[in-house]
Ligand binder design. Structure first.
Ligand SMILES: *Cc1c(COP(=O)(O)O)cnc(C)c1O
Length: 372
């Protein structure tokens, strides 16, 4: 068995051997076993969102990575005279804005600092002054920094003002508890290769039935048409175009392993234990986190580069890579940071190994280590 490097990244992630092994099959897309697998996945996803079909929600699977899922929703659920309010405090919010622009959807951008929560007051102000806004979109965990945005509060505003609410919950779903109904979310998007610990290949959308039903005929593309994809899955349990059969089998296994671990709550505990162990060790080495602790989620952590000329991120990354550990560069617009993901099949021992290697690599580079 090949021993891969451990991925301390926001996805693709390190997955279990059993998840990878689940792909050693060739199922036909019309095979009854495959159709039943898809049905059970859709049902379990609703359960993870703390809801069900009976409560009026639908789970739709869409080929492609997470961005395809976001583009599917944006290009499929906003009418031609619609207007999207985009709440931005990082690169993923910016990506949403680009998608809306490509599809010529009217948009208002509310941009906040990358180390700040979006201001609920400012959002409320915008909604009062801009009655043309029909839809609001926010990112739950902005993976650029790891900040957890207040989607529940934004959801309350959406309900108050009668707007459709879309949430990019890509890097949080399955590990940060969220009740879709209580948060008043109409469309939530996530993907196979983040906190559920499957392999890349598809995204999924959890939609409020009533909000979905009115979108018939609104789609601006053929392949990413959300309503038609849902119709197809409902009609005969099939995808309209070639499904990622192997990724779906892996995902079925990943969902079983999530349940065995004790569900979202226990996965949250494992990831946050990883995060706190990492932060403690990194502080001991003299590193500082980019976000203040109350804003920092446990999904991914951003650290400032050490303020020393001997530090070079490329070398740091490369030396860790040679030791079998893959970290992630920063994506901040103004600040030099790197990121370490706490998600995937990663445990406290792995964090300890990483910290030990970081210490050795810093010494090798001649970067001063503090002795706090
Ligand atoms: C990973 C991620 C995405 C999707 O990225 P892909 O590369 O298309 O999978 C979107 N939004 C957030 C917040 C993410 O973390």
């Amino acid at each position: 068995m090949i021993s891969d490097k451990l991925l301390f990244t926001p996805g693709p992630l390190t997955t279990s051997y059993t998840v990878k092994s689940a792909m050693l099959r060739d199922l036909g897309s019309r095979d009854i076993e495959f159709i039943n697998t898809v049905q059970s996945i859709r049902k379990d996803l609703l359960h993870l969102a703390e809801t069900s079909k009976e409560e009026g929600y639908e789970a739709i699977l869409m080929q492609g990575s997470g961005t395809f899922g976001i583009e599917s929703v944006i290009s499929s659920v906003i009418p031609h005279d619609g207007h999207l309010l985009i709440i931005i405090n990082g690169a993923y919010g910016e990506r949403i804005s680009k998608i809306a622009a490509v599809h010529h959807i009217a948009q208002t951008r509310l941009v906040f600092e990358e180390d700040e929560w979006p201001s609920i007051q400012n959002i409320e102000h915008e909604l009062m002054n801009n009655p043309g806004i029909s839809h609001i979109i926010a990112v739950h965990c902005e993976t650029t920094t790891g900040i957890i945005n207040p989607v529940e509060e934004i959801g309350h505003l959406a309900r108050h003002f009668g707007k459709t609410f879309i949430v990019d919950a890509m890097s949080s779903f399955g590990a940060v508890p969220l009740n879709i109904k209580e948060a008043n979310i109409d469309f939530l998007i996530s993907s196979s290769n983040k906190c559920i610990e499957g392999v890349p290949g598809f995204s999924f959308i959890i939609a409020r039935q009533e909000a979905l039903l009115i979108t018939e005929g609104m789609a601006r593309t053929l392949s990413l048409n959300l309503f038609d994809q849902w119709k197809g899955l409902e009609a005969d349990g099939q995808f309209r175009f070639t499904p990622p059969t192997h990724a779906l089998l892996a995902f079925r296994q990943a969902l079983n392993e999530l349940a065995t671990e004790g569900g979202v709550k226990n996965r949250a505990t494992r990831y946050s234990n990883n995060h706190f162990r990492l932060v403690k060790g990194m502080r001991n080495l003299g590193f500082t986190e980019y976000l203040s602790p109350e804003k920092q989620g446990y999904i991914i952590t951003s650290f400032y580069y050490p303020n020393q000329s001997a530090f070079n991120f490329k070398t740091f990354y490369q030396l860790l890579n040679e030791r079998g550990q893959v970290i992630y560069p920063g994506k901040l617009s103004k600040t030099d940071c790197f990121r370490i993901g706490n998600i995937g099949r990663i445990f406290l021992d792995d964090i300890d190994d990483l910290l030990l290697n970081i210490k050795e690599v810093l010494m090798e580079m001649g970067v001063f280590i503090s002795h706090k």
